[in-house]
Write a new protein. Sequence first.
Length: 146
Amino acid sequence: MTRTLIVLAAFLTLSVPAALAAPPEGKGKPESPGKSAVAPGQSAEKAATKCKAERAAMTADAYRAKYKSNGLGKCIAAQKQKAKKDKADEEDEADETRAEENAAKKCKAERERLGLEEFKKTYAPPGHPNGANAFGKCVSKKSTTS
């Protein structure tokens, strides 16, 4: 009996602190999302707020004509699609900016703009009959000037 109580006490002594321990760093539920983090459902709440404001600003007939039945739901769906499209557009603009900064991408864009033959005439080293290594020379030139 004493041995059982000792084993039980040892088990409880070790298990309680483990159960009450905080989750590892980066795991578990955050206490509050920061300003940059988006809480789950936050975009739906913003869309619903915008739609309710739109509904208040319009007459009931105009709102029904625009969104038909289930107007609030359709308005929220449209707001979400618009937000998703806007985010994709912002990412595309960021990609274009990064592309302009990269010498190889600049040369690729210039090659498409000028055409292959004109590009070869501009950048191919003298003495190359078929304009070989024009792209490499362009990248080298653009990377040293940047």
